[in-house]
Design a protein around this ligand. Structure first.
Ligand code: SF4
Length: 210
């Protein structure tokens, strides 16, 4: 959703590069996944790094959830390995909240894909929240109100991603694409110049710079 070209570079070329944004996100996720988020009390059981999937043909997804809170509730669902019944709450950790909105739509669609998997695995209607580290706030995502919208969007992006994978062709840069925070910009934009005026002038004078 952010950039089809970046998706192609990552998934077809297997390119990778880090910048401050990537390292910051990795540090936050390392902390979430280090086991320190595991705990239980009378209200909930919290677990991190949980594998989930949805193998319905229209999704065919697999992923790992940052953190899941199983909230004790008599109207909830049974969870394998736990006693009682629970409401399921997905918590996804992100470094930075947007300035002009409650959440990034790119974050929301990722969490919606997680919800599709969590609901499939636990036969539930999970709640999903984003936790932005810079504001230390939780944002409840509007999936109940806008389920159809996010579902249509997710299916559209999955179909586009699969078309890119099948074509083995890296998409060109989208018009208006914002690239300032992208860690792959050095790979994406070739540094080679088509010509260099100084080289041309020097070669006309018979001086080689190489
Ligand atoms: S530099 Fe821009 S166009 Fe290239 S992959 Fe990154 S976001 Fe996409």
């Amino acid at each position: 959703m952010y950039c089809p070209r970046r998706f192609g570079l990552l998934e077809i070329n297997k390119d990778w590069n880090e910048n401050a944004f990537v390292v910051n996100a990795e540090l936050i996720h390392e902390h979430v996944h280090d086991g320190s988020h595991h705990f239980s009390d009378h209200q909930k059981v919290v677990r991190s790094s949980i594998d989930v999937y949805n193998n319905l043909p229209e999704y065919d997804l697999y992923g790992i959830l940052d953190c899941v809170e199983f909230v004790r509730n008599k109207n909830g669902v049974a969870i394998n390995g736990l006693e009682g019944t629970y409401k399921v709450r997905i918590v996804e950790y992100k470094p930075k909240a947007p300035k002009d909105a409650a959440f990034h739509e790119t974050d929301a669609i990722q969490v919606f894909a997680q919800k599709i998997c969590a609901d499939f695995v636990w036969k539930c209607n999970s709640e999903a929240v984003l936790y932005y580290a810079n504001t230390r706030k939780r944002i409840v995502l509007p999936f109940d109100e806008s389920y159809e919208l996010y579902d249509t969007l997710l299916k559209k992006y999955l179909s586009e991603m699969r078309a890119v994978m099948e074509s083995h062709t890296i998409p060109t840069r989208k018009k208006g694409q914002k690239c300032s925070g992208c860690s792959l910009s050095d790979i994406c934009f070739s540094k080679e110049k088509k010509y260099n005026v100084k080289d041309i002038v020097m070669s006309m004078k018979g001086v080689s710079l190489s």
